[in-house]
Design a protein around this ligand. Structure first.
Ligand code: UDX
Length: 445
C-alpha cells in the first residue's frame, strides 16, 4: 500500500475535480479549493457543475477523503498543490496566466516544504516565471513541477487512472520523486524530464493530434473530388503500425476547450520566439474551413438556403460531454442563420440556449427534423445511429442527411430513402433533386 499524502487542488473546474477525485481514489486526502462559493456549495451537496461520465460516482465513493473549500488557508495543510486553473487565450492569442498568478497570491505560507505542481496547460517558460514569482514572494522553500494532463473529456477518469504516460518535469530531483510517488498504484511509463520539456510535451502532443485531424480532413476533401472514400482510406492508412489508427476520423473539424486554445497558444509561443510555425497555422486554417463545408453541401442539394429549415443534431463539441466550447455547431448555426435558414437544434445533454441565439432548441430528434429540409449530424451521439428511420424520413420536408461525422452507413441510409452526404465519401451528384419540385440549384463549392 502506498503512502497517503495530503493533496491540495487549486480550481474546482473539470481538470481540478477529475484530478482531485482520482487522487482520492488512489488513497490520498484531497482538499479542493475554488474561489466561486456556489460551486463549492454545490460540490458539498453532491451536485456536479458539469457532465463527465464516472466522475460523480468517483467523488461520491471517495467522499471521506475529499474536502471542498473556498478558504485558501486550508491549502497550507497540503504536501503537494496542483494548479488546475483555466488558461484562456488573450486577444493576442497568448495564454492568459492571470488565474495562475492569483493562485500564487493566495498561496498560504507553510512551515513545511510544499510542492506546487502545474496541471494547467501553460506556455513553455511558465515554470521559470513561477519559480521567479515564488522567490519574489519569499516562498523559496516551495518546490515546483510540471505535470501536464492528457485527459479527454467524456473519458477523463479512465484517462487519469490508465494513462499512456505520466510526464513530470521538475527543477529538483526530490520534487519529481515526490510527485511520482503520488501516482503509485497506476501502471504507466513515467517521463521524468526538465520543466520546459514537460510543458512542451503537452503542447506538442495536442498539436500533433490536431495535425492528424486536419490532415485526414484534407484527404477527405480530396477524396470527394476524386471519388474515394475517406473512411476506407483512413482504415488502410491506420493499419500501418508506424501511423496507427487514432485521430484519423474525418469530419467537420475539432473543437473543445483544449485544441483550439492550445494550438493558438503554441503558434503564438513560436512567433513570440521569432519562429513562424507554418504547419500549425495550416492545421488551424483547415479546421476553420472544414466547419463551413457543410454549407456548400446543403447548397448543393437545396440551392438557395434562405427560408429553408435545417436541423442540427448534436451540439456539444463531441459526444459524452455537454461542453460547447469552440463547438463546430456554433459556427455552423451562425453561418446558417446568416444565410436566412430556420435552424432547429438538438442535443441529448447540452442546452446552449444563450450561445445559439436565434436557433430553436428542440427536446427530441423527431421534433428537430419535423418539416426540415435537411438534417445535419454535427456530433456523433449514439442516439443518432438510428437516424435513418421511417419516422424521421416521413417527418422531414426533404429526406436529406448531411453526416458531418460519417456516423451512418451511406448505402443503408440511401436504401432507407434518404439523400446522403458524408465527409470525404462518394455521392451521386444530385440525388435529392428528384424529390424536389425546384429547378436544379447552382452548385457552390
Ligand atoms: C483533447 C486531447 O485528446 C487531450 O489529450 C487534451 O488533454 C485535451 O484535448 P478533448 O478536447 O476532450 O481532449 O477531446 P478529443 O476526444 O481529443 O477530441 C477533440 C476534438 O477533435 C473533438 O471535437 C473531436 O470531434 C475531434 N476529433 C477527434 C476529430 O474530428 N477526429 C478524430 O479523429 C478525433
Amino acid at each position: 500500500m502506498q503512502e497517503s499524502r495530503k493533496i491540495g487542488i487549486v480550481g474546482a473546474g473539470w481538470v481540478g475535480l477529475v484530478t482531485g477525485g482520482c487522487f482520492a481514489e488512489l488513497g490520498h486526502n484531497v482538499i479542493v479549493r475554488d474561489i466561486v462559493e456556489e460551486r463549492i456549495e454545490s460540490l458539498r451537496a453532491g451536485r456536479m457543475p458539469f457532465h463527465e461520465p464516472n466522475l460523480p460516482e468517483m467523488l461520491e465513493k471517495n467522499r471521506e477523503r475529499l474536502r471542498y473549500t473556498t478558504a485558501a488557508e486550508e491549502l497550507g495543510e497540503a504536501d503537494v498543490l496542483f494548479i488546475c486553473v483555466q488558461t484562456p487565450p488573450t486577444y493576442s492569442g497568448d495564454a492568459d496566466l492571470s488565474y495562475v498568478w492569483n493562485a500564487l497570491d493566495d498561496l498560504p505560507r507553510s512551515e513545511r516544504r510544499q510542492i506546487l505542481v502545474m496541471k494547467s496547460t501553460v506556455p513553455v517558460g511558465t515554470g521559470d516565471k513561477v519559480r521567479a514569482a515564488l522567490e519574489a514572494r519569499n516562498l523559496s522553500n516551495v518546490g515546483y513541477a510540471s505535470n501536464p494532463e492528457f485527459l479527454a473529456e467524456g473519458n477523463a477518469v479512465r484517462d487519469f487512472l490508465n494513462p499512456d504516460r505520466i510526464v513530470i518535469g521538475a527543477f529538483h530531483e526530490e520534487d519529481a520523486v515526490s510527485v511520482e510517488a503520488l501516482y503509485s498504484g497506476i501502471e504507466a511509463p513515467i517521463v521524468r524530464t526538465d520543466v520546459q520539456s514537460a510543458e512542451m510535451i503537452k503542447l506538442a502532443a495536442n498539436a500533433f493530434l490536431m495535425t492528424r485531424i486536419s490532415f485526414i480532413n484534407e484527404i477527405a476533401n480530396v477524396c470527394e473530388a476524386v471519388g474515394a472514400d475517406v473512411v476506407e482510406v483512413a482504415r488502410g492508412v491506420g493499419l500501418d503500425h508506424r501511423l496507427g489508427p487514432h485521430f484519423l476520423r474525418a469530419g467537420i473539424g475539432y473543437g473543445g476547450s483544449c485544441f483550439p486554445k492550445d494550438s493558438l497558444a503554441l503558434k503564438q509561443l513560436a512567433s513570440n520566439s521569432g519562429y513562424h510555425f507554418q504547419l500549425l497555422s495550416a492545421v488551424i486554417e483547415v479546421n476553420e474551413l472544414q466547419k463551413r463545408r457543410v454549407i456548400a453541401k446543403l447548397q448543393k442539394h437545396l440551392g438557395k438556403l434562405r427560408g429553408k429549415k435545417v436541423a442540427l443534431l448534436g451540439l456539444a463539441f463531441k459526444p459524452g460531454t455537454d461542453d460547447m466550447r469552440e463547438a463546430p455547431s456554433l459556427v455552423l448555426a451562425s453561418r446558417l442563420l446568416a444565410e436566412g435558414v430556420e435552424v432547429r437544434a438538438w442535443d441529448p445533454v447540452a442546452r446552449p440556449t444563450e450561445l445559439l441565439k436565434g436557433a430553436q432548441i428542440c427536446d427530441s430528434v423527431l421534433e428537430a427534423v419535423t418539416g426540415a429540409d435537411a438534417a445535419v449530424i454535427v456530433t456523433e451521439w449514439d442516439d443518432l445511429r438510428t437516424l435513418a428511420s421511417d419516422a424521421v424520413r416521413d417527418a422531414m420536408a426533404r429526406p436529406l442527411i448531411v453526416d458531418g461525422r460519417n456516423l451512418l452507413d451511406p448505402d443503408e441510409t440511401r436504401a432507407a430513402g434518404f439523400a446522403y452526404e458524408g465527409i470525404g465519401r462518394p455521392t451521386s451528384p444530385f440525388e435529392a433533386l428528384a424529390q424536389t419540385a425546384e429547378p436544379p440549384p447552382r452548385v457552390q463549392r
